[in-house]
Ligand binder design. Structure first.
Ligand SMILES: Cc1cc2nc3c(=O)[nH]c(=O)nc-3n(C[C@H](O)[C@H](O)[C@H](O)COP(=O)(O)OP(=O)(O)OC[C@H]3O[C@@H](n4cnc5c(N)ncnc54)[C@H](O)[C@@H]3O)c2cc1C
Length: 385
């Protein structure tokens, strides 16, 4: 950043993890920072707050479990929050029965009605996989079959995935399925990260502490595109909104999948006995059912909140959540990145929307910390890979 730019506040669009970490880092280094977010709250999709009706900590944009094996990220997070001892499990409902995920000895044995140990289960999966004979998977279905075989794929992956993404698994890119690991134990922990938990007083409180720096000015309910002409001229810009929106969609729209939630308050302290149940049957319209009270077993509530999650194809005004990432999307993205490099090399495109990437929270924090280091050390140009 040049000398003139150094006198200006850093303008950050978006108060999710990427934007908030950047804001905190620049402010702590003595820079003035202006953070804009079009939503009426900080925290982006990770935001949570106590539900005014029940007191349950509600994750307003779906369940967020913090987990990481990155000690730098863990240490950074612990400057602003403590975590409770929650350990995440996910259960799957299929044809009226309940199974633990990810695929491990419990799910496999329950599905097959057997009692296999690790060696036998490995051999069974290897046989299932070999039967498919897929060495170079070209799409999600082939990738899943090459990893777990037909029986597990048909039971737990196919209908759930097609419901979530709204298209046949044969038309989805293969990379998506790497998020379903296989285990040869009865361990039902969903994550294998070294660190895990839910912020003790919620994500909202965590974000407020990160952003409570005298150098940070926060403007909520403010869309960047409504005010961009009024912002300080020459101020450095970190933009964490959708990259295609930044350029007025001139090269086309990137593919996204969105989710919405139906909320219900149940007049009981515990309704489903766990935080997350995946609905694997294609005939059930929702994909997941959440009960947030289970994230904070240290707190007691008289009533509980349930969210049912539904996937849909977003319209122009809807929030976007999961990048689809087809080859057509990759071609469009390449055009926007080239345009960014040519026309606004000093602008940083960050976060999951600016980079068009699915990132967990720890990744958003890790990338923001790394990008900040590059900017602070005077790396030329914007950062966009
Ligand atoms: C349903 C769901 C569940 C998830 N669960 C987990 C989980 O369990 N664990 C985990 O680690 N991760 C989870 N994630 C991922 C997590 O949400 C992301 O890693 C995180 O939100 C990324 O932060 P970000 O700053 O990149 O983006 P965001 O949180 O999306 O923040 C971007 C911000 O930019 C703002 N913005 C956009 N355009 C404009 C504009 N024009 N003007 C002003 N503001 C603008 C938005 O309002 C938003 O606040 C989940 C994601 C989803 C969708």
């Amino acid at each position: 950043m040049n000398t003139n730019a150094m006198e200006q506040p850093v303008v950050i669009v978006g108060a999710g993890f990427y934007g908030a970490v950047m804001a905190e880092r620049f402010a702590s280094a003595g820079r003035r920072v202006l953070v804009l977010d079009k939503r009426p709250h900080v925290g982006g999709n990770s935001w949570s707050r106590p539900d005014p009706d029940t007191g349950v900590e509600e994750h307003v944009y779906g369940p967020h479990i913090f987990h990481t094996s990155d000690e730098t990220v863990w240490e950074y997070a612990n400057r602003f929050t403590t975590f409770n001892g929650y350990r995440h499990t996910v259960w799957a409902r299929r044809r009226g029965k309940i199974y633990p995920l990810p695929f491990g000895l419990a799910a496999i044995n329950l599905l097959l009605g057997r009692s296999m140990g690790p060696a036998e289960a490995r051999a069974w999966v290897a046989e299932e996989v070999a039967r498919e004979g897929i060495s170079e998977p070209r799409n999600l279905e082939e990738k899943a079959l090459s990893l777990v075989g037909r029986t597990l794929y048909d039971a737990f992956v196919k209908e759930y995935t097609e419901k979530h993404w709204g298209r046949p698994a044969t038309e989805l890119p293969a990379y998506i399925i790497t998020r379903l690991p296989l285990r040869w134990t009865f361990d039902t922990n969903y994550y294998s990260s070294r660190r895990q938990g839910i912020p003790t007083d919620g994500y909202g409180a965590w974000f407020h502490r990160m952003l409570a720096h005298p150098n940070i000015e926060l403007r909520l309910s403010t869309d960047y595109f409504d005010v961009r002409g009024t912002l300080p001229a020459g101020a450095p810009l970190i933009y964490t909104g959708p990259i295609d929106r930044f350029f007025g969609y001139k090269h086309g729209r990137l593919g996204w999948r969105s989710v919405r939630w139906e909320k219900e308050v149940k007049d009981t302290p515990d309704w489903q006995g766990t935080s997350v149940i995946n609905e694997c049957d294609g005939s059930v319209p929702c994909t997941r059912v959440y009960e947030y009270a289970h994230f904070t077993p240290e707190r007691r509530f008289e009533r509980t909140i349930v969210h049912r999650e539904y996937s849909f194809a977003p319209g122009p005004d809807d929030d976007t959540f999961y990048p689809v990432g087809t080859p057509e999307d990759a071609a469009i993205l390449a055009k926007y990145r080239a345009e960014a490099a040519a026309t606004c090399p000093g602008t940083v495109f960050g976060g999951r929307l600016g980079r068009y990437s699915y990132w967990d929270m720890d990744k958003a924090i890790a990338v923001a910390l790394a990008d900040y280091q590059k900017l602070a050390s005077g790396a030329p140009g914007g950062i966009r890979e």
